[in-house]
Design a binder for this molecule. Structure first.
Ligand SMILES: [Zn+2]
Length: 111
């Protein structure tokens, strides 16, 4: 017995690919893809969507509802050390600068 979800992409059943073709001769359809459920303890949107495209379709269609789950009214901030700028010169004289930005580890930004 294999567990699965139907892809939640609102347009999944409209994309023309051979693996979506189902039905018998004379009444063929493009059908929403099945997404196999892997019980590996890892949860991601791939559990519910067959592709990034279908996930994007869903997110774009329902963005207002999705945002209401966790609305943000103020920016978040990650503490950093003062950025260090270093200048480099290649063997053929081209100069470039690199700015190193280091996060200060805090409970909120680790991991
Ligand atoms: Zn899909």
């Amino acid at each position: 017995m294999s567990e699965h979800y139907w892809c939640h992409g609102p347009s999944c059943h409209t994309y023309v690919t051979t693996d979506r073709v189902r039905g018998s001769k004379g009444s063929k359809v493009l059908r929403t893809r099945k997404v196999k459920v892997y019980n590996n303890g890892y949860s991601s949107f791939y559990k519910y969507f067959c592709s990034n495209g279908c996930y994007n379709d869903f997110a774009n269609k329902y963005v207002e509802q999705i945002i209401r789950i966790a609305p943000r009214h103020e920016p978040l901030e990650t503490p950093i050390e003062d950025p260090k700028k270093t200048e480099h010169t290649t063997d053929w004289g081209h100069k470039w600068t690199h700015t190193e930005i280091k996060k200060i580890d805090t409970e909120s930004n680790v991991g």
